[in-house]
Ligand binder design. Sequence first.
Ligand code: NAP
Length: 491
Amino acid sequence: MSKNVYVTPSGKKLVTVIPGDGVGPEIVSCVQRLIAAVGAPIEWEECQAGARVFKQGIPSGVLSSTIESIRKTCVVLKGPLETPVGYGEKSANVTLRKLFETYGNIRPAREMPGVPTLYSGRGINLVIVRENIEDLYAGIEYMQTPDVAQGIKLISSMGCEKIARLAFEFARSEGRKSVHCATKSNIMKLTEGTLKSMFEQVAKEYPDIEASHIIVDNCAHQLVKKPEQFSVIVTTNMNGDILSDLTSGLIGGLGFAPSANIGNKVAIFEAVHGSAPKYAGKNVINPTALILSGVMMLRHLEEFEAAESIENALHVTLDSGVRTRDVAGDVGAVSTTQFTDAIISNLGNSLPQWSLPVRKPLHLPETHLDPEPPTDRRVVGVDIFVESRLNPEALGTSIAKLTSEAPFSLQLISNRGTKVYPAMGAMTDCVDQYRCRFLFKKSTRGLTDAEIDAQIFDLVQQVATDHKWAHLEKLQEFNGKQGFTKDQGEN
Ligand code: NAP
């Protein structure tokens, strides 16, 4: 898939720039100055999003003119955005990522010259490729009972295929030789397990790259112990959020952590950090994270020479001891603008020992492993979630009695995923939400969907005679494969 780039009549590449909140305008202007100084053919279209837009009463925090601009340019350089308390519920950042389906978040962490860390000299040079749309970040949450909140972890095969392919394509574009996939598939077999299995399928198409799976908690452990063993790590949204803050800590902190939100049409480049409000307007913040995001943007626009020139000049500047307050402390630190001036004066210079790899354009992958709709699917039962303050035995006895004539058998009742009825001697603290698992006594083969639903609704009515139900989940099999997990203690 080719990238969308808007070329102006004067032959420049048009980029939407959102200065953002807090320190945003200061760091965005550093990047604009550097790009002008290096002579890259970029033209900016300035747009607004974030706190000041929320305060205009626009609940999304994003102006429609900003959305129009991004539709046109397909490339964005963005300062951090705040969601001020009392204005809207949703982050303008997340809105932008979702509106433009930027499904991959690429977060490099590379050791920087002249930035002392516990890991200096070990050559950390890795990239987290984080899924950016799905997972718990779909933001689907409910108070299911007064006591129990539920968040839905949504993972699709298509989303996993896209992010796995992006990781391999990114590795190829930078000449990287290995990709790890970090999941918690040992526990979340269906959600996290989908990424693992799609990764393993996609890996077969990239025989030039070593592919391995690692359990995400061990990945965190290994990242702290021996980070230099990793090159590319692909992972789900929540895991990637946490791991990438960890990896920025390894190389000097959030001031050095860039990111690119990549979609098949739109790409948004931003620092990992937020608006750091306490430093706003003080001209002290480290602009490196956004400068490196700008470098990623130039590569995305295939302005490789300009990108390399800025990155090299940044290395020379840091190596010469010119540093902002976060690295230098209060004595000897330069301001944000002095730091940028120093990089500009170093354009054209490089550190031979910090050479940059030859990068190729990132090929944005198409998906093609979409699972065929199953040829055989069957409803085998239903989970009814009920709110109750009864003890498990009393609840189980009551529900078994209420449903004794139903075409279902009460298989078990669980509390927070552990079987509590029929009792098996567990010492579970029960909250006010129980899951009652019913299985059809006879196969539903031959019944229509409407007939199955009617039986389920009858069952719910029987349970509802004496109990509050909160949520239903059909138990299904697809091509003979169980589409639900068992409870702890379920046989
Ligand atoms: P933050 O803005 O990232 O700042 C947290 C701390 O990290 C700062 O106080 C500072 O640490 C350090 N830091 C961050 N950027 C730095 C830089 N460039 N140079 C040096 N140090 C840097 O996180 P926050 O205070 O939690 O969030 C503030 C606002 O930003 C919130 O409204 C949040 O929602 C928003 N936010 C936006 C984005 C985004 O737009 N993508 C991302 C994250 C957060 P010290 O105090 O130790 O100096």
